[in-house]
Design a protein around this ligand. Structure first.
Ligand code: NDP
Length: 401
């Protein structure tokens, strides 16, 4: 018998709940808990499975989390709340002897900065408690790391150049909207860019480096170099990598809105006083922007996310390799009521949980996804709605940038 608690009832939480419910042989009991219980109830009602219950919790509070975990006694927490809650949830897991999985690394509320050091600092405590923590198990981070581990296991003796490429060629029909939590998304893309080259991190201005890249079934899209968290663990876990970069596509309309939002101070994360009340402009902006969960209905087009890798094959010869998944917004919406960005995050989180509960990814300590065997996870991607494709010895394009 296995029981999971999903914390967070947003776009990603909704997909995780649907996908866990589709696999009742693994997920015998499912609890959805979030700050606003009515959202959990709505998800449970939409799914309509008898093995789902709901609860409320403020995941910023360790005592509340501890009560929640003691009440339900789950085997695993799937944390799909916000990155701010990672450490409180990990603390509560340690206190209650519960395993842990998330999709985004910890970020303090008052500084737009994310890195793994805060969560890696829990390694020894999880190891001593015999508990497994799986970090960054969405698509990117998540599948991007599993794809890289799969490439290393099956196709390369030495990976030298890694470019993770993330294209959303969908159209939701709104002038401006973010595809996941607007506050987290805007904090991420307005930061300096950063990539890894010959053992050092190179910093660029925000969205300074860009180039058109061709995505399968989509065509050319302007792709911007960003810092992304999986680069930090991948260059450690695959030390032959000489250069690692992350690219994401943005349309001109999106970038113009973003520039205005920044120029008028609406991306600020410090408090300002308005009519005697303290507000954080970016949090206020989130309240007036379209809710990412409501984008699905009219979303057309698809996402394409993958890894482009160059290096030496198993025989030591130079080789190139591209592995990717394309996901349709319409299909994702039909299945779960959410768009493809939530879908491509929620499905891997469910698969990571499945890997743990079926004993394939059990390793006490705190681990990034690429530290586990990629094969059973890759097999499930094909079965659970995110099929992947490989191209060998192709033009990766990224070597020219
Ligand atoms: P949403 O904003 O849609 O949902 C977040 C949920 O967390 C909401 O239900 C919210 O509750 C809840 N929540 C927020 N704060 C608390 C709290 N203190 N206590 C309890 N619940 C809380 O976000 P998404 O679903 O779009 O994203 C979820 C996570 O997935 C984020 O961490 C995001 O960074 C990550 N992500 C990862 C990706 C990947 O590929 N690895 C890609 C996309 C997202 P309420 O409704 O009350 O506000």
């Amino acid at each position: 018998m296995s029981k999971v608690i999903i914390i967070g009832a947003g776009g990603v939480g909704t997909v995780v709940a649907h996908k866990c419910a589709q696999n009742p042989d693994v997920f015998n009991e499912i609890v959805i808990a979030s700050r606003t219980k009515s959202k959990c109830d709505a998800i449970a009602k939409a799914i309509g499975a008898p093995n789902i219950t709901t609860d409320s919790v403020d995941a910023d509070s360790v005592p509340q989390l501890v009560e929640l975990l003691r009440r339900h006694k789950p085997d695993l927490v799937i944390n799909v709340a916000l990155p701010y809650q990672d450490l409180t949830i990990m603390d509560a897991c340690l206190e209650c002897g519960v395993n842990y999985l998330d999709t985004a690394n910890y970020e303090p509320k008052d500084v737009a900065h994310f890195e793994y050091s805060w969560q890696w600092a829990y390694r020894e405590r999880f190891e001593k408690a015999g508990l497994t923590a799986i970090l960054g198990c969405g698509f990117d981070p998540g599948v991007s790391g599993v794809f890289t581990a799969y490439a290393a296991k099956h196709h390369f003796s030495e990976m030298e150049y890694l470019d993770i490429v993330d294209c959303n060629a969908g159209d939701h029909g709104k002038a401006f909207a973010t595809n996941f939590n607007p506050e987290i998304n805007i904090r991420e893309i307005t930061q300096n860019g950063r990539y890894y080259q010959d053992g050092k991190w190179v910093t660029t201005g925000p969205l300074e480096i860009h180039a058109p890249l061709n995505y399968p079934n989509i065509g050319a899209r302007d792709s911007y170099l960003l810092y992304h968290e999986e680069l930090e663990s991948l260059v450690i876990n695959f030390p032959t990598i000489k250069r690692a970069r992350f690219w994401m596509t943005f349309g001109q309309e999106y970038l113009t809105h973003l520039r205005v939002i920044q120029n008028i101070g609406m991306a600020r994360i410090d408090e300002v006083e308005y009519n005697g009340v303290k507000i954080v402009p970016l949090q206020f902006l989130k309240a007036v922007l379209p809710n990412p969960q409501d984008l699905g209905e009219n979303y057309k087009g698809e996402t394409s996310i993958g890894c482009r890798i160059a290096g030496k094959d198993k025989d030591g010869n130079p080789t190139t390799y591209y592995i990717y998944n394309n996901c349709s917004h319409e299909e994702a919406y039909k299945e779960t009521g959410m768009q493809a960005v939530s879908y491509t995050t929620g499905v891997p989180a469910m698969i990571g949980a499945m890997m743990f509960l079926t004993g394939k990814w059990v390793k006490p300590g705190v681990h990034n996804v690429e530290e586990f065997d990629p094969d059973p996870f890759m097999e499930q991607l094909n079965k659970q709605g995110l099929p992947w494709h490989e191209v060998h010895n192709c033009d990766l394009e990224v070597d020219k940038i």
